[in-house]
Write a protein that binds this ligand. Sequence first.
Ligand code: ZN
Ligand code: ZN
Length: 389
Amino acid sequence: MKKLILLLLFISCNQEIPKQNWQKGNLHTHSFWSDGDDFPEMIIKWYKDNGYQFIALSDHNTISQGENWYKLKINDNKNYALEKYKKSFGDWVETKTDSSGTYVRLKTFEEYKSKLEDINSFLIIRSEEVTSYSQPVHINVTNIKEKIEPATGNSVLEVMQKTLDAVHAQRKKFNIPMFAHINHPNFGYGVNVEDLKNLNGERFFELYNGHPAVNNLGDDTHMDLETMWDLINISYYNENKPLILGIATDDSHNYHTKSSNHSNTGRGWVMVNSEKIEISSLIEAMESGDFYSSSGIFLKKVYNTESEFFIEMVPKKGIEYETIFMGYREGSYEVEELKRVKGNFSKYTFQKNDLFVRAKIRSNELIVNPVIVGETMQAWVQPIVVKGK
Ligand SMILES: [Zn+2]
Ligand SMILES: [Zn+2]
């Protein structure tokens, strides 16, 4: 009887859920245009061949334009980077050699986009990791049109705010969707929670970054990024700002050697609910929080009504899931655990005093090639404001 009731309950929940189309993407990647160790087309090809629907190469302080002859380094030769590139792309590859070495012309954004993008199935987005020289601030700008120079300033907050303001100004100037996201706050513990609380106009930050040097989990004296996320959102909620949304990225640099010491592909990504694989609908969905971030888990449905929050996993044989609903409640000073649910489906009924609620999903499946040995797959669903201020 209990099983039947659960089944009926599930069917009735499911009927309310509109069709969802999850598009997989990585918004943080490096190539030879800055400090990555491979050619843009090789990197893009990897993402295209591995189930992604969109990719942004976000090299430091460049938007991959103009003539750029890259000089091969000793390590590139050890990696057979040019040989692999030629094998995949043949006559498309341009090289020249003189007494100082071998040079390869890096294809510009327009060139690699026209070579590898597939309308309706694979999108290549222009990006830049705006990297400050004066403060430890790295900010990615997705769908950038004109290069943004790194800002200078006397504090982390000042540099972050100037960069954000430049992004908003550019968005207005061209009238196209674009957004900034704050990268790896715990890299060198350069950006702290107070800096992020004081920002105006920021909607996204990296909750999970696959680079081995970014300290997603903090240490004895620094908080982890999930705790940081909640504290920022308590502050944003109370100040009536839109909540900050957490994204997962690869921040990949190393494409020839895979190990926990290298920043490799496939560690963190976003899944965006968008029917079309085009920039305006992807950004619109992300800005409305209609996406989740993952280090391995795939969700089938993420849905909420006025009274309930509902999540369904893509089931996997032998893998167990646990959903933890976390929330900020009236009269509280922290985000607390509200409910834990084991299994492929989870549901939370909003309570009268809930202000915002998010969900985190854990699994017992080990990540292949993790940064932390023994790390298991997770997913993070964006916070929902239950009761506006
Ligand atoms: Zn960075
Ligand atoms: Zn980076």
